[in-house]
Design a protein around this ligand. Sequence first.
Ligand code: ZN
Ligand code: ZN
Length: 343
Amino acid sequence: MKASVYYSKNDIRYEDLPVPELEEGDILLQMKSCGLCGTDIHKALHQTVTGPVVLGHEVAAEVVKVGKRVTRFRPGDRVVTAIHVPCFTCHYCDRGHYTLCEQFKPTHIEPGGFAEYIRLPELHVKHLTHKIPQEMSWEKAAMVEPVGCCLHGLKQAKISSGCSVLVMGCGTIGLLSAQLSAMMGAAKVIVSDLSPFKLELALRLGINHAINPARDDLEAQIQDMTDGFGVDVVIIAAGVSSLLPQAINLLRRGGRVVVFSPFDHHNMVNIDAGRFFRDEISVIGTYSLSPYEMPEAIEILRLNKINVDDMITHHYPLSQLTEAIEFAANPANDVLKIIMKMD
Ligand SMILES: [Zn+2]
Ligand SMILES: [Zn+2]
């Protein structure tokens, strides 16, 4: 089978790999669509993983073979899955922090989503894999995993009806989070980004307010829109840690910042620490998703509660992963979500 294998920054090879062998509890999937995630691009360009490795985790695929002990799936089923499975019994899992489970990160699909076929180990089959409706397109199905990740973060933001939300950064995570906030009842959803293309897209997706901080004074606008109170929730969905102090300044008393960005380790920032005691604000970190968000994400997309179709701006064949990453990483390009297509 073919796969796009990452070796190092400027070396991704479209090459032959053996089709993975199945154990009795596993299933083999034929990949149809796989989203190119910001974390894939980050891993490839900043070399935070050592090759050879097959990236890709936003999987939409068809079951082609099942192990002897598998009863829940059969060839022909259309499915989505995620890549990490918690153990459900450890210290963290007991407390509902599934993404912090020791078993979470080491669990993986084989070899990765940017391949023609992948093996799902038994744990993935049991806990993370779900059938999708016949009418859901493959590319839409590839958005289930990122939607699940955003739900995971937003649950902790405690969005209630009538509240105000600012999303900093209009990439895939930002625009999904903005739409999901509105779906959850937020009365005022504001997004900020430096890209006119992304701001325009945000408005097209139904977001109320789109602000370009290079042109307008973000702080003044937020004060204006919230009668001087600040917003209830800020979601940081851009990899710029200096947004954190700014986000804290934009919060109303009792407000919450959700950080959904892979800042580097020991990346220090100065914040107004007085606001925690005085104003009871919170800063919440979020990463990945738990198994419980997958069915919710499928349901949201099945019911078209948010618009993901217009977020998908480009498609690339599996053989052109290098080109896709270069295109996505160039700020001069009008691009949001890229889907790698195998069907
Ligand atoms: Zn992702
Ligand atoms: Zn665990």
